[in-house]
Write a protein that binds this ligand. Structure first.
Ligand code: PMV
Length: 332
């Protein structure tokens, strides 16, 4: 049988309302709903070839064959697709990011979104967007949000089928800019999968969950109304509540570096004293995402570039969800 092949592209996303902690770790069902937009300029491109001559899955990431836990995580995700498609074969996966690894920009969301779309399409399965989002969620929770376009909400859901993400405003709805200040290029010591597992050990997680729906609705309204002042307030609050949980978990997760805190203070000062439309949010690492309006972006970028200690600065805007692409090397 001829190898079956497809290539997909997906972007990572930045959460405005964060996902931290699961009600079911195996299914990655989140304890609370979250909101994000895809980062158009950052992309993962993944080709999947199902090949009956293979005796195991082969995975190449950024040109290097992977083994150990990284290979197992991809193979485990392919197991879900094999089960869904009732397909017994193995696959060759070739995945590359257009942003350097080691910039501290998480790529698991774009990786599992692109993998889910390419692997199912190569088997000629056309899943409805909700099902594709739920499938991507099994690889990495936030990957569910890299499937739809534009501004995206991921609902907690009650089971596998009902926990998916969908778009609530198109990419063009609001020309926000994410200026990502890379503070450290070191690999984080505790990844998010382990972090979600220990979230319930924080005495603050129950309060975070109890108030999450309110922040989710407030953020969705701020996005829909293009109300930057309201957005900034809820994005920073939600970020601080999540990092409060991280810092008070057992063991504590302290992702920030001194420069992270400096940037937090500066961003607030720029907004409150200088009237710049910018706010901050931080994932499971020390890098600071400075979310600003298109009008404020050039001034914020200039100010960030003038600061000592920032290793790299990336600019991203709201983008498309995962989509298929054809490549000249596709087998006919
Ligand atoms: O999808 P994961 O397991 O990598 O978790 C992502 C967690 C955060 O980036 C910290 C928050 C979020 O909602 O993206």
């Amino acid at each position: 049988m001829l190898p079956r092949h497809a290539t997909a592209v997906a972007s990572p996303n930045i959460a405005l309302i964060k996902y931290w902690g699961n009600t079911d770790d195996a299914l990655r069902l989140p304890v609370s709903p979250s909101i994000s937009f895809n980062l158009a300029e950052l992309q993962t491109r993944t080709s999947v070839t199902w090949d009956s001559s293979l005796t195991a899955d082969h995975v190449v990431i950024n040109g290097h064959p992977v083994t150990g836990p990284a290979l197992e995580r991809v193979a485990h995700h392919l197991d879900h697709i094999r089960a869904l498609a009732e397909h017994a074969g193995f696959a060759r996966v070739d995945s590359a990011n257009n942003f350097p690894t080691g910039t501290g920009i998480a790529s698991s969301a774009s990786a599992f979104a692109a993998l889910s779309l390419a692997a199912t399409s190569a088997l000629e399965m056309t899943l409805p967007e909700r099902e594709l989002s739920a499938l991507a969620r099994l690889g990495s929770g936030s990957a569910s949000r890299s499937i739809p376009d534009g501004f995206v909400a991921w609902y907690t859901g009650e089971d596998h089928a009902s926990s998916f993400a969908e778009s609530f405003a198109p990419t063009t709805h609001w020309s926000l800019v994410d200026l990502i200040a890379v503070v450290s290029q070191e690999h984080k010591s505790t990844g998010s999968t382990a972090g979600h597992r220990i979230a319930p050990t924080s005495p603050l997680q129950a309060a975070r969950i109890a108030t999450a729906q309110e922040r989710f609705e407030c953020c969705r309204d701020a996005v829909l109304g293009r109300d930057f002042a309201a957005l900034a307030e809820v994005v920073e609050l939600d970020n601080n509540v999540m990092h409060g949980v991280m810092m008070t978990s057992t063991p504590p997760l302290l992702y920030w570096e001194p420069l992270t805190l400096n940037l937090i203070k500066l961003v607030r000062q720029w907004r409150e004293e200088d009237g710049l439309a910018v706010c901050y949010t931080i994932d499971a690492g020390p890098n600071v995402h400075c979310i600003c309006t298109a009008q404020a972006a050039a001034e914020v970028e200039n100010r960030l570039r003038a600061l000592p200690g920032i290793l790299d600065l990336r600019r991203a805007t709201p983008g498309a969800g995962a989509h298929l692409v054809s490549t000249p090397t596709d087998p006919a």
